[in-house]
Design a protein around this ligand. Structure first.
Ligand code: GDR
Length: 330
C-alpha cells in the first residue's frame, strides 16, 4: 500500500515542490486546507487529496489526522513573511508557534491508538537571528529578531520536547532561505526577479528595496524539500541544518539579477529606509555538514544559476501576461 503523507501549507512554494516529490516517490499525498474557496486550493492538481483543517483549531487537526491516518506529517503551514509578524504578532504566535503544538497533540492522540506517525517541523534560520557564530550549525544558540523567529523557536523546542517526552519520531529541519520561480512575490529574491523582468519589458523603471547589506544563504527550494523527506527516512529522529554554506548580500543578489537581464542595477534600484525592519538579521550562513554526511543531501543549484532561473521565469511569465501571485503551482 502507498505510504500516506499529510502536508500543511500545501498551496505554498515548499508545499508544491514537496507534494510533487512525494508523488514521484509513490506516496498518497494529502493537503490540509482551510476551505475550498481559496483559488490556490482550486488550482491544486487532482491527484492531491484534500482534508479540511486549520492550525488554529485543535479539534480540526485531530479529525484530519484521524481521517487521513498518515505515515508522515509535514508541517509547512505558517505566517512566513517576516515583516508581517510585527504587524500581526499574536496571529503569528498562534499559527506559526501554537499551530505546532496543536499538530503534535493531534499526532500524539491519534498515534496512541496504534501506528507511528512521523512528524517534520519547518524550522527556520530566522531562529539564529543575531547570530552567535558563523556558520550556524544544529547547536548554535538562538537569538530571534522578529515575532516570526520567536514563534519558530517555540515550535522548534516543542518538537524536540515531544520527541524527548513521548518518544515521538519528530524532527525539525532548520532551513535557510530557499527560493524558486514559485516563491511568493513579497520575498526579496522574487521581488527582485519580478522587478528586473518588469524593467526589462518596459513595464516599470524603478525597484524600491530595503536593507541592501543583509546577507543570506540562498538555495533552491526544490533541493530543500528532498532534505525534508530524507529526515523522516533515517533510523533516528534528529534535527538538521539545511543550506548551501555560501552567503550573499541583497546587493549581490540585485547585481546578479540585473546582470542576468543585461541591465545596470544602479540606474533602477532605490534604497528605501521605510522598508527596513524594526530589527534585522544581518548575516546568515549555514554549515550543512551534518545533512551531507548523515543524509547524503547536497544542494544542486548555485546562487547565480538560481537567480538567472528566477529572472528568466519572470520574463516569460510577464511577457505571457501571467499573474505573479499565482505562481506557487506551475
Ligand atoms: P527572510 O526573507 O526574512 O530572510 O525570511 P526575505 O526574502 O523577506 O528577506 C531577506 C532579506 O532581504 C532584505 N530586504 C528585503 N526583503 C523583502 N522582503 N523586501 C525588500 O524590499 C527587501 N529589501 C531588503 C530583508 O531585510 C532581509 O534581510 C525567509 C522567509 O521565507 C521565512 O519564512 C524563512 O523562515 C526564512 O527565509 C528562512
Amino acid at each position: 500500500m502507498a505510504r500516506r503523507a499529510l502536508i500543511t501549507g500545501i498551496t505554498g512554494q515548499d508545499g508544491s515542490y514537496l507534494a510533487e516529490h512525494l508523488l514521484a516517490e509513490g506516496y498518497e499525498v494529502w493537503g490540509l486546507v482551510r476551505g475550498q474557496s481559496n483559488p490556490r486550493v482550486a488550482r491544486l492538481p487532482k491527484d492531491i487529496h484534500l482534508v479540511r483543517g486549520d492550525l488554529l483549531d485543535q479539534g480540526s487537526l485531530i479529525s484530519a489526522v484521524e481521517r487521513v491516518r498518515p505515515d508522515e506529517v509535514y508541517n509547512l503551514g505558517a505566517i512566513s513573511f517576516v515583516p508581517m509578524s510585527w504587524e500581526q504578532a499574536e496571529l503569528t504566535a498562534e499559527v506559526t508557534g501554537m499551530g505546532v503544538l496543536r499538530m503534535l497533540e493531534a499526532i500524539r492522540v491519534c498515534s496512541s491508538r496504534g501506528g507511528e506517525i512521523r512528524f517534520y517541523q519547518a524550522s527556520s534560520s530566522e531562529m539564529f537571528g543575531q547570530v552567535r557564530e558563523t556558520p550556524q550549525t544544529e547547536v548554535t544558540p538562538f537569538h530571534p529578531r522578529s515575532p516570526y523567529g520567536v514563534a519558530k523557536a517555540y515550535g522548534h523546542f516543542l518538537t524536540q520536547n515531544y520527541r524527548e517526552s513521548y518518544g515521538m519520531y519528530a524532527v525539525s529541519g532548520i532551513l535557510f532561505n530557499h527560493e524558486s520561480p514559485r516563491r511568493g512575490a513579497e520575498f526579496v529574491t522574487r521581488k527582485v526577479s519580478l522587478g528586473v523582468a518588469r524593467i526589462k519589458l518596459g513595464l516599470a523603471t524603478e525597484l524600491r528595496l530595503g536593507n541592501l547589506e543583509a546577507r543570506r544563504d540562498w538555495g533552491f527550494a526544490g533541493d530543500y524539500v528532498r532534505a525534508m523527506h530524507l529526515m523522516l527516512q533515517v533510523g533516528k529522529p534528529e534535527d538538521y541544518v539545511i543550506g548551501t554554506g555560501r552567503t550573499q548580500s541583497v546587493r549581490e543578489l540585485v547585481e546578479a539579477a540585473f546582470t542576468a537581464a543585461d541591465l545596470d542595477w544602479e540606474r533602477h534600484v532605490i534604497a528605501d529606509q521605510s522598508l527596513h525592519r524594526p530589527a534585522e538579521v544581518d548575516l546568515l550562513c549555514a554549515d550543512p555538514k551534518k545533512a551531507r554526511t548523515q543524509l547524503g543531501w547536497e544542494p544542486t543549484v548555485p546562487f547565480e544559476e538560481l537567480v538567472a532561473m528566477m529572472v528568466e521565469s519572470d520574463l516569460r511569465l510577464l511577457s505571457e501576461g501571467g499573474d505573479p501571485q499565482d505562481s506557487s503551482w506551475p
